[in-house]
Ligand binder design. Structure first.
Ligand SMILES: [Zn+2]
Length: 265
């Protein structure tokens, strides 16, 4: 069996200063002063494992639910209980919201058979908080802490032969980049440090980052490495092209990218 990867496009949102996520069409405009943010968890299937990288916003948007993630997985012929492993780039709710839900009136794990792989230090940081955003999300992480099959990752770790994680910081203190390599796939997912296709050519320090300068340096380093080794970049927040490769470098134009098509071969 050949291994494969696909984005699970969850939607495009207008996100204002109040941090609320309102669905808008993919080609729509955000509200005045708001950002346009798309969400793409990723599904990787190989001989031994069914892996999710980040899980979308779940029910924490204004009109969202974990059903969207379930539908997206089912469309690829996978059931929720078949997911074996979930890796988190970092612990922001638009990346981890799909981990649990209250569809039957009480908290339940969305992927009951899955191991949940998180940065050990990032998990400790979240658990040390009196409140995680608000009451509902505080309950959500406490539920995960008690019930999820948690596995903790060190700053440099390789939980499986095909998966390696590396702490890069920047967007959050313990943000991780995930590298995946087997005979069929060569992938890199750097969460919000490289969140869109356009970011490979933008040198910027963003106020929304925990450490803007670190994020900038890592983004430049990862783009260079991604080009050198020909890895496919998984861009969680890209609107139209969440899987792409850097195929060339032009001194005037910068990196040249091309889309990579995902899905079951
Ligand atoms: Zn994000």
């Amino acid at each position: 069996m050949k291994s494969w990867c696909t984005p699970l496009y969850e939607g495009t949102f207008s996100v204002g200063l109040d941090k609320k996520f309102f669905s808008i069409p993919r080609d729509g405009k955000p509200a005045k002063g708001a950002l346009k943010i798309s969400l793409n968890p990723f599904l990787i299937v190989n001989e031994k494992r069914v892996i999710l990288i980040d899980t979308g916003i779940g029910s924490f948007g204004e009109d969202t639910g974990v059903e969207r993630l379930f539908e997206n997985i089912e469309r690829h012929g996978i059931a929720d209980y078949e997911v074996t492993d979930i890796f988190m780039s970092h612990l922001h709710y638009d990346h981890m919201g799909g981990l649990a839900h209250q569809n039957s009136g009480f908290w339940e794990l969305s992927f009951p058979q899955a191991k949940l792989w998180v940065s050990k230090d990032d998990w400790a940081r979240v658990m040390a908080k009196e409140e995680f955003y608000d009451t509902e999300k505080t309950e959500f992480v406490a539920f995960l802490d008690a019930r999820a099959d948690l596995y903790f990752l060190e700053a440099e770790d390789q939980p499986y032969p095909e998966i390696r994680v590396e702490r890069i910081g920047g967007h959050t203190q313990f943000h991780q980049v995930l590298w995946y390599k087997d005979e069929d796939l060569n992938l890199m997912m750097a969460g919000d440090v490289m969140a869109t296709r356009a970011q490979v050519n933008r040198v910027f320090a963003a106020k929304y980052d925990h450490d803007p300068e670190q994020s900038k340096q890592q983004r430049m380093r990862l783009a260079r490495e991604a080009y050198e080794i020909g890895v496919t970049i998984l861009a969680y927040h890209d609107e139209v092209c969440s899987m792409f490769r850097i195929v060339d470098y032009d001194p005037k134009l910068g990196y040249v990218t091309e889309p990579v098509s995902g899905g079951r071969p």
